[in-house]
Design a protein around this ligand. Structure first.
Ligand code: UD1
Ligand code: UDP
Length: 403
C-alpha cells in the first residue's frame, strides 16, 4: 500500500501547481459528516494553501445531535451550502438533493466532487455530478453486502459506477470492484469510462486514531454521568431500516438486549437514532417504557462523536447494526455482535471478532455468552491502513487534477 503524503507533496511541487484545486465535499448524514472531518483535517494540516475545499450539506440529517454537533466538536469547515431537504421517501428525498446539488455544481464549477459512503446524499451527488460530466471521487468505494434490498447497496453500486477515482478501504472492497469490471491497470487520463481504483485504508481509522486521546480529555465525566464503569457495560446502536421498520423485529432485538442486561447485571448504553425512537413511539410505547424503567438499560439521545469514541473505548462489547460502529469496535479492540444477516466488512467476521446475529435471540445470546468467555483471546489485526489514508487521497487528487 503506497501511502506516503510526503512523497506526494514533493511530486506536486516538482510539477508546479498554478492555482488551487477546488473540491466540493457532499455530506448529509451523520457518518459522512464525521468522515469528511478526516479529509478537512488532512487539507488543513498537510496541504494548506493548495486546495479550496467547500462543503454542501444536503440536510438529510438535521437534528442538532445528528449534524451540527459534529461540525462544532470535530472542527469541520461549516457547510457553505445547506439544501435542507430533510426526511422523505427515498425518491423524493434523492430528487430534491439532485436538483440542489446540480445548481451548486453549475454555479461553482469545482474541479472534483468528493462523496463519502453509501447514503442517499452519496447517490444524489454521484448522479448530479456524473450527468454534468464533473469527476466524482468516491471514498469508501467497493463495499458490497450483496443484498440489493438494502437501499445502501443500490447507492454504492450507482455511486461507484459514476466515479472517476474510487478509493477502496479494504482488500475485499478492492476485489469487489475488480469483479464488477474495474481495471487496476487503467492509466491516465482517468475518466468515468476509464476510472482509477485504489486500495487505500479507511479514513475512519484516521479519525479514531486522531480523536481517541481527545475523547479521553474532553469527555472524562461521561461514564460517571451514565453511572457505568470501564469494561463493565455494553454499547448498542440500532438504526437500519430492516430493524426499525418492522415492529416485531425491533421488539425482538430490544427485548433480547434487555434480557441479557438483566441476566448479566450489566448496563447497556443505547444512544437512540431518531428513526428508532420514532418507531418505538409509534406502536411500541410499552416497550420503550419498560426499557426506560429498567435498572440496566440507559437509553440516551444520539451522542457526539467524541462521546461515542469514549463509550467504544471503555465498553466490554458492542452490539450494533451500524457499519461505522462495527468497524470502530475493531479499532478499539472490542468484540461485536452485528444485528444483520450480512456485512460489507467481511474481514471482521473472518477474524472472529464480529458475529452476525441477524435478529435471532438465540444467536445474539450465544454470541454474547461466547464473547464474555473468550474476549481475552481475540486478536485485532490492522486491516484498515496506517492512519494516513486521508493524506494519501488528497495527495493523489492534487497529482491527478494538477492545473
Ligand atoms: C441514513 C442512511 C444510512 C445511514 C444512516 C446513518 C440512506 C438511505 N440511509 O439512514 O445508510 O446508515 O443514515 O445514520 O441514506 N430523522 C430525524 N432527524 C434527523 C434525521 C432523521 O428525526 O436529523 C428521522 C426521520 O424520521 C427520518 C428517519 O430518521 O425519516 C430516517 O432518516 P434518513 O436520513 O432517511 O435515513 P437513516 O435511517 O438516518
Ligand atoms: N455515532 C455517533 N453518535 C451516536 C452513534 C454513532 O457519533 O450516537 C458515530 C459512530 O461513532 C460512527 C458513525 O456515527 O462514527 C456511524 O454512523 P451511523 O451508525 O449512523 O451510520 P452507518 O455507519 O451505519 O452508516
Amino acid at each position: 500500500m503506497l501511502n506516503n503524503p510526503d512523497l506526494y507533496l514533493s511530486n506536486i511541487f516538482s510539477v508546479g501547481i498554478m492555482s488551487n484545486l477546488k473540491l466540493l465535499n457532499i455530506v448529509g448524514a451523520r457518518p459522512q459528516i464525521i468522515k469528511s472531518s478526516a479529509i478537512s483535517r488532512a487539507i488543513r494540516t498537510g496541504f494548506s494553501g493548495l486546495i479550496d475545499e467547500f462543503t454542501l450539506h444536503t440536510g438529510q440529517h438535521y437534528d442538532k445531535e445528528m449534524s451540527e454537533v459534529f461540525f462544532d466538536e470535530l472542527e469541520i469547515h461549516k457547510p457553505d451550502f445547506n439544501l435542507g431537504v430533510g426526511s422523505a421517501h427515498h425518491g423524493r428525498q434523492t430528487a430534491l438533493m439532485i436538483t440542489g446539488i446540480e445548481d451548486v455544481i453549475l454555479r461553482e464549477k469545482p474541479d472534483a466532487i468528493l462523496l463519502y459512503g453509501d447514503t442517499n446524499s452519496t447517490l444524489a451527488g454521484a448522479i448530479a455530478a456524473a450527468k454534468l460530466h464533473f469527476p466524482v471521487i468516491h471514498i469508501e468505494a467497493g463495499l458490497r453486502s450483496f443484498n440489493k434490498t438494502m437501499p445502501e447497496e443500490l447507492n454504492r453500486i450507482v455511486s461507484d459506477h459514476s466515479s472517476t477515482l474510487l478509493f477502496a478501504p479494504t482488500n475485499a472492497a478492492f476485489k469487489n470492484l475488480i469483479n464488477e469490471g474495474f481495471r487496476p491497470e487503467n492509466s491516465p487520463p482517468y475518466t468515468i469510462d476509464n476510472p482509477k481504483i485504489y486500495l487505500t485504508g479507511d479514513i475512519m481509522y484516521d479519525n479514531s486514531l486522531f480523536f481517541a486521546g481527545l475523547a479521553d480529555r474532553k469527555k472524562s465525566e461521561l461514564l460517571e454521568s451514565l453511572n457505568i464503569e470501564r469494561d463493565k457495560f455494553v454499547l448498542a446502536t440500532i438504526h437500519r431500516d430492516i430493524n426499525t421498520d418492522d415492529p416485531i423485529r425491533l421488539e425482538t432485538i430490544l427485548s433480547t438486549l434487555k434480557g441479557l442486561a438483566e441476566d448479566y447485571s450489566m448496563p447497556f448504553v443505547i444512544p437512540l437514532h431518531p428513526r428508532t425512537l420514532n418507531s418505538l413511539k409509534s406502536g411500541l410505547n410499552k416497550l420503550l417504557e419498560d426499557l426506560r424503567s429498567s435498572q440496566y438499560i440507559r437509553i440516551v439521545p444520539p451522542v457526539s462523536y467524541l462521546a461515542m469514541t469514549l463509550l467504544e473505548k471503555n465498553c466490554c462489547m458492542i452490539i450494533t447494526d451500524s457499519g461505522g460502529v462495527q468497524k470502530e469496535s475493531h479499532f478499539f479492540r472490542k468484540p461485536c455482535i452485528v444485528l444483520r444477516k450480512e456485512t460489507e466488512w467481511i474481514e471482521l467476521v473472518a477474524n472472529g471478532t464480529v458475529r452476525l446475529a441477524d435478529a435471532s435471540p438465540e444467536i445474539i445470546r450465544n454470541s454474547f455468552a461466547g464473547f464474555m468467555q473468550s474476549c481475552q483471546d481475540l486478536e485485532y489485526p490492522g486491516f484498515y491502513g496506517n492512519g494516513k489514508t486521508a493524506e494519501f487521497i488528497i495527495g493523489e487528487l492534487l497529482l491527478l487534477f494538477e492545473k
